[in-house]
Design a protein around this ligand. Sequence first.
Ligand SMILES: Nc1ncnc2c1ncn2[C@@H]1O[C@H](COP(=O)(O)OP(=O)(O)OP(=O)(O)O)[C@@H](O)[C@H]1O
Ligand SMILES: [Mg+2]
Length: 246
Amino acid sequence: MVLETIGLTKFFGMVRAAEDLSLTFQEGELVGIVGPNGSGKTTLLNVITGYVKPDRGRIRYQGKDITGLSPRAVADLGIARSFQMPQLYLSLTVLENLVLALAIRAGRARGFWAPLVRADRLDEARRVLEQFDLEEHATHEAGQLPEGARKLLDVALSFARRPRILLMDEPTSGVSARDKSKVMDTLVPVLKGTGVTTIFVEHDMEVVQRYAERVLAFDEGKVVAAGSPDAVLADPAVRRALLGQP
Ligand SMILES: Nc1ncnc2c1ncn2[C@@H]1O[C@H](COP(=O)(O)OP(=O)(O)OP(=O)(O)O)[C@@H](O)[C@H]1O
Ligand SMILES: [Mg+2]
């Protein structure tokens, strides 16, 4: 087990965003999180990564209690995330965005720009671009990318920090149906190949069914079903919560 939450609870006023969540994640697995709008999916990622402080409960990562650490401290320990809205420097090129991410990893972001661009960093940035099938976009401004490539770049930037755990909030949202599988077909082999534990929030049930190894279904801050994609997506409680079926 690489990550564990114990009784994690977070209310926003009367809204139950997380209630008594006790979850475990194994090294290298690829877990999908589904649930209707407002069911607490992003809140779980926010609490794990230190953006939101839980009211109650603990988070353990590699046996160490990381509850209450700052987002920066959590990231430095090896838990990276991408956001529901990609966080990119839109006026920098794809390659520049990656070099910057690598420089931040190396703790050099406060220096001048020139020393950031070192040959070894450029090589590594190009390697990551290749892994994420983004070479053709290397010199394009991030703000000009098609949505699928932008999503891939966003994940590549998190991945470049060589995390043990990668949390992705809706990696295919806003991407056309046709390009969703391209995004996932590019991402998943890279993530599996490096053994990073991946937890991704996803609204598209086809994507979940096809790519998740295990699924957690949320409703009102609780897990209402967990298991294989087939079992969870067939669960009556999930169908009620997600598809509004009676
Ligand atoms: N910072 C906040 N302040 C107040 N309420 C919040 C905050 N963050 C989340 N909430 C509320 O907590 C509930 C869970 O929100 P969360 O963003 O975790 O849902 P979600 O499952 O990610 O939804 P979506 O699918 O729409 O992204 C919602 O009712 C939301 O309005
Ligand atoms: Mg969300």
